[in-house]
Design a protein around this ligand. Structure first.
Ligand code: NI
Length: 229
């Protein structure tokens, strides 16, 4: 899970043909870290798809891919609106299939190509699956739960197991203003639940033991104080 969470996206070749990238100038936003108070507040619903919102969503994708991460909520860049972006595509150009048809990772350094730095050839191209959700609501959860080791771009380099419903149904508005309902499972289900929590000022460390939460929060409080001088 840790590997998925951290590396799924940095392998996606968004530089080759991702329309988001071509359409605008890169704008990375600063990702807020705990204990920034905005991370503990409830975000406001979005009322309309405006140009400003479109720019926000593009910037959120750029910031998420750059981090890299598989999900980002607007409050994490200080915008208190109910907007999340996710991309849980886990296949990458560095993957190859084993004889069972499953994907295995191949390290770039293990590939003996003719030219150094050349991409591994003849492997399946990943399909980035960027999804932007406006005003997402979780309207159903499965009784079954699963445990994933989660991380968060606002709590870098800290990972803990979190138990959540395995599947969920999300209702949201897409960037065309359509209301979409989708059943989610696996990593995408976990990721969307994690991001919707951000819109309610909730962090994944709220699900772990109080002792661990206080320990990690103190660590980040100290770091913030040091950074402030
Ligand atoms: Ni997070």
């Amino acid at each position: 899970m840790r590997d998925l969470w951290l590396t799924a996206l940095n392998k996606i070749p968004i530089s080759h043909g991702n329309t988001l990238k071509k359409a605008h100038v890169m704008a990375l936003r600063e990702i807020l870290l705990i204990p920034n108070p905005k991370l503990y507040k409830v975000a406001q619903p979005v009322s309309a798809i405006t140009n400003e919102l479109k720019v926000l969503v593009k910037d959120m994708f750029e910031t998420m891919y750059d981090a890299p991460g598989i999900g980002l909520a607007a409050p994490q860049i200080g915008v208190m609106e109910r907007v999340i972006v996710v991309d849980c595509a886990t296949r990458s150009k560095d993957d190859t299939r084993n004889e069972d048809g499953e994907y295995e990772e191949v390290e770039q350094e293990d590939y003996e190509g003719e030219d150094e730095g050349e991409d591994i050839p003849d492997l399946p191209e990943p399909d980035p699956e960027p999804i932007a959700m406006i005003n997402p609501e979780l309207i159903w959860f499965s009784d079954e739960t699963s445990i994933y080791e989660e991380g968060c771009l606002s709590i870098p380099e800290f990972y803990e197991d979190v138990e959540r419903p395995t599947s969920c149904r999300v209702r949201y508005m897409d960037m065309e203003g359509e209301i979409i309902e989708r059943d989610l499972e696996g990593l995408l289900s976990t990721c969307v639940q994690h991001e919707v929590d951000h819109l309610n000022g909730k962090l994944f460390i709220d699900y772990i033991s109080r002792l661990k939460r206080e320990r990690i929060t103190k660590k980040f409080q100290k770091a913030a104080k040091r950074a402030a001088g």
